[in-house]
Each structure stands twice: as C-alpha cells, then as structure tokens.
Design a protein around this ligand. Structure first.
Ligand SMILES: [Zn+2]
Length: 454
C-alpha cells in the first residue's frame, strides 16, 4: 500500500494531464484580441488569406517548391525558480532546447520517423517544408550566445486572457525578456500560461505571426511577434520522470505553432464548426487538407469522419496533420499546399523572408572563435558545474575531450567517437574550484580552451 502511494505521488509530481478537449493553442485568442479592437480585422485576415492563396498559385507556377532556407531561433526562458527547477534548471533547459530544434528540423524536413503512421490515402500529400531551424549564436549586440537565455521571473506565469495575451513575458520591464530583432530572429518565449488572472491555463502555445502585426494601431506590436510556448510542452521527453503534459512530450507543440508563424491556420478555420460550403463557414484555405468541423484530440484511428466530411466522397478528416490538436505521437505531416503557403511566407516577397538573409547570426562572433568546421565555444564560463561544448555544426573526426587541471593532471577523459550532435554537456560539478584546460581532440587537430570553475 505504501509502495502504491509512493508511486502515485511520484507520478503526480512528474506528469500533468491536459483537460480533454481544451483549446491547446491560443491562435484564436490572439486573433480575437485584435478583432476586439478592430472588428474589421477578420476581413483583413480574409484578404490576407486570399493573398497567400495567390502567392501559393504563383509558387506553383514558378516552382518555388525547391526553396531551402535556414532561420535563426532564440529561446527566451521566462520562468520562476520553482518552474526552472521542475525542468532541471540549466542542464534540463539545454537538453530541451537541443531536442526541440531537432524535432523542428525533422518535422520540417520530412525526417520524422513516425511518417510510417500516416494513413496510406494521405501519404501522397506528405511533403517536405524545407525550412531548417538553427540556434542563433550571435546576439543583436554582437555577443556570443548558446541560442537561449534564461530569466528567473518573479511572476508565476503570464495571463493568456489579457488584452495582450501573455504580453508581459515579452518585455524586460514587466518581468519577461525583450524580443531580439524580429526581422533576424524567431523569438520563442518559454513560459507558464495562466488564464483569467492566476488560474492555470490549458494553452500550450500562442503565436503572433507577422500578419498579426500588420495593423499598427490595433494589431500586436512588432516586437511581440513570435511564439509563446508552455514549459510543460517544451522539447522532447528523454526520460519518464521529466515534467511534461501527458502525451504532449515529443516537441510537436512548437511544430504546430511554427506553422501559424509561417501563415497556416487550423484546418477547421476557427469558425465554431461551420463547414466551408455553408454561409460564414471558413477553413484553412488549403485545398489538400480535407474540410474539418473542429479540432481532434487524443490518438484517433483512421478513418475519422466529422460534420464537414462529405459522405462517400472523402477519406475523412486529416486528424494527423500537425495543425490539428491530436497527441504529439499521432500527428506526423504537413501537406504540399500547406508547404507552399509556408514557402510563400519565407520566400522572396514573403513576410518572413528577411529571416533567411542574416546567416551571420547563426555563427559565433568572429572575434571569439575562428570560423572552421570544428570551431566551438564553451559555456558558461565561468561555470558552477555543467559546461557545454557548442559547435557551429556536427564536428567531424571528433575523438575525445580531455580536461586537465593547472598541474597537468587529467580529471576528465570523455570519448566522443560517433557523437552526432553539435552540443556536448560535461558534468564538472564533482571537481574543485579553479582553472581547467579543456582540449578537444579531432582526427587531425586539437583545440584547447581555458575555463574557470566557481
Ligand atoms: Zn494552433
């Protein structure tokens, strides 16, 4: 009995259960916030949709589908002390950032292993967005960065029901962090969502895309463009004990929100269940996503028909689309036409195009490290225990890391052969304070950096 109670308490402490059928995404909240100030915004959005569709048609004729770009991403972690601790502080955050970028790159480059789960009738529509995401390594002030910053906020969370949903998170003077230049970086604020003052919210993500800042009077301020992401849905679970919403632990919340950032709507059109062929009914404007009445949850079994499915004429709804609300393990594709919309946003003339023309912010500042395939930086320095060796890309011929103290004794010797990431955490917390020398051995070269342990 005691053992059962122990496990019950343990499970409660590590997992959160989202309410079934809650609004997982705050896209409609952000839209309604603008409409409350400017009732004609819906018409503006409709004409924006028309513009996207015409961009899409152009893209189809000009063959823009081959576009491949890399966009810089900066994660701003804005949590209180308890929340930071819940996700294992700086070491846990580093793991989540790295795994989150990996998931984005898989999902946006047709690299998700679970594409095998796509129902065969939808498989021909499974496409490659061809957008790559990379951590920013130079700040707007020209300083080196890992690609994420952490602010311990005195606030327990940010109110998604406010006029400016969670806007406090996006400004340093209100307990958050100011955006970095939104024309060069995609800003992602990792926060705790609250609703109606201080109630916990079921919202996992809320995006302000460029189109929501175009109305400079009633829209969102340009420096609030970006994605708000719940810390309970941030990154990819790597162990059963990690703190995540149940079934929302594979990093797909950001895949979904990034779709909004690049111009996608929910397949059901956020119109309260009216089908597109009825008066007032909307959908996402995308021809190859089947009409849908509303969001889907959990992990449905194909086929699924809803109020907007045409009996006898369709394969039902595409519940496994990243823009639906199904569990992370049960969403696995964007369609070709969704991809064309995103590419028209990121391509020449698109509202996000400028993100692709500042590759310099993806590199560390030139005065810190030389530019070469195996250039790296060690952060933080000074360190309290964990250090991170960050490469610009997956290093070639990486053999091992040897750390020596000031009298030349080897204190850590770590094998790196076969590693396939660009980021390597090393735990030095068992060592005494002082100066150490970190040497990375490659097949044909060695590089040494000096670090301080506090
Ligand atoms: Zn959404």
């Amino acid at each position: 009995m005691k053992k059962a109670l122990f496990w019950f308490v343990l499970l409660c402490s590590f997992s959160l259960h989202a309410q079934p059928n809650a609004d997982k995404c705050g896209f409609i909240i952000a839209k309604k916030a603008i409409i409350a100030r400017n009732p004609s915004f819906q018409q503006q959005l409709d004409s924006y949709l028309q513009k996207r569709l015409s961009n899409l048609a152009n893209a189809k004729t000009t063959g823009q589908v081959t576009l491949s770009v890399t966009v810089p991403v900066i994660f701003h972690i804005v949590l209180d002390t308890a929340q930071l601790h819940r996700i294992n502080d700086s070491a846990g955050i580093a793991d989540r950032v790295i795994s989150q970028i990996q998931i984005l790159n898989e999902d946006y480059n047709r690299g998700n292993a679970d594409s095998t789960l796509i129902p065969s009738v939808f498989k021909p529509l499974y496409g490659n967005v061809n957008i790559k995401f990379a951590l920013a390594h130079t700040t707007p002030n020209g300083k080196p960065t890992n690609g994420w910053d952490i602010v311990t906020t005195p606030l327990t969370g940010f109110d998604a029901s406010a006029n400016d949903p969670c806007g406090f998170a996006k400004h340093t003077d209100s307990g958050g962090i100011d955006a970095w230049d939104v024309s060069k970086y995609i800003n992602i604020w990792v926060i705790n969502f609250l609703q109606y003052g201080n109630q916990p919210s079921q919202i996992l993500g809320l995006t302000v895309p460029p189109s929501f800042t175009v109305d400079t009077v009633n829209g969102f301020p340009v420096n609030e463009m970006g994605v708000l992401l719940s810390y309970t849905a941030f990154g990819h679970r790597s162990s059963p004990n990690e703190y995540f919403y149940t079934h929302i632990d594979l990093g797909r919340t950001l895949t979904h929100e990034m779709g909004h950032y690049f111009g996608l709507f929910h397949p059901w059109g956020d119109d309260g269940g009216v089908c597109p062929w009825n008066y007032g009914g909307k959908d996402d404007g995308i021809a190859d996503t089947p009409p849908e009445g509303g969001p889907n949850y959990g992990c449905p079994t194909f086929p699924v028909y809803d109020i907007c499915s045409v009996p006898g004429q369709s394969n039902g709804i595409m519940f496994n689309n990243y823009m639906d609300y199904t569990d992370d393990a049960c969403m696995n594709m964007f369609t070709h036409d969704q991809i064309l919309v995103m590419q028209s946003e990121i391509g020449p003339g698109g509202e996000s195009h400028e993100l692709t023309i500042h590759p310099d912010v993806l590199q560390y500042p030139g005065n810190v490290i030389p530019v070469s395939d195996n250039s790296f930086i060690i952060t933080p320095n000074p360190s309290k225990g964990f250090i991170y060796i960050n490469f610009n890309q997956v290093p070639t011929g990486f053999q091992h890391v040897i750390i020596k103290n000031t009298v030349g004794q080897t204190v850590i010797d770590q094998n790196m052969i076969g590693q396939q990431t660009s980021y390597f955490p090393i735990n030095m917390s068992g060592l005494g304070r002082g100066m150490y020398f970190v040497t990375c051995y490659f097949t044909n070269a060695t590089e040494t950096r000096k670090i301080i342990l506090l």
